[in-house]
Structure formats: C-alpha cells, structure tokens
Design a protein around this ligand. Sequence first.
Ligand code: CA
Length: 133
Amino acid sequence: MVWGSHGEHYAACNIVQHDQFGGVLTAFTPPKCPEIAPCPLLCYTQWFDRDNPSGNGDYESLTELRVENPGIICKRPYSIQAQTLTGVDANTTGQVIAYYDTEIGFACVNAQQKKSQCLDYKVRFVCPCPAGP
Ligand SMILES: [Ca+2]
C-alpha cells in the first residue's frame, strides 16, 4: 500500500480515535490526512464480508460493498484493513493479495495462490466518524 504524503499536517491528525461504538482506538494512527488541518475525527466502519473464496477468489471490492451497503462507506476512506474471518491480518497470511487499497478495496484471487484457495477475508475502512445523536 502507498499512503499519500502528509508532512506537517500529519501531527494534527494524531488525535484520539474512536471506533463506531465509541471505544477509543489507542494504537491507531491515520496514514493519510487532508491537506488542510484539522483532520476530522476518524472512525472504523463495521467489518464487511460480502464474498467467500469458493469461486474465483474472495472479492471485497469497494464498488460492490458500496452498492450492497449504501451510505455507509465514505467517499474517500483514509485507510482499509483486511483480516481473515479469524482475525489474522491479510499481510501476515502469506497469501498473494490481488489488490488492497482505499480506492479499489480488497481481493484475493484463488489462481494466484500456491494452494489455489484463498482464505475468507473481511475488510473495514477508516472514515470520518458518523455525526453523533
Ligand atoms: Ca470474504
């Protein structure tokens, strides 16, 4: 993954982050910020698992996720995180990842794996927090 440059605005984004349930994400550092500070308060979305690897692969692409979950994923996510359903980060599974970014989403293609079967992954995104009640 390649993150945008952020320079001096980066520090302004190191603010306390909350998940969608109001919990504090202590270890979270936003990888990318708007050019203009201050950055919005950022939250993780829910996890999404729209596909299973039984066909050509496991496709958690943003286009389809947006169609199936209208209004939930922001237009320009700050970050994406992919894990297996058992909670293993995608980068540590040893599988070949076809794509994994904030513009396309995530996909694992069975034909690219040594054992020709992807694990089942879920994804979530970092977006500006939903407005409070
Ligand atoms: Ca999946």
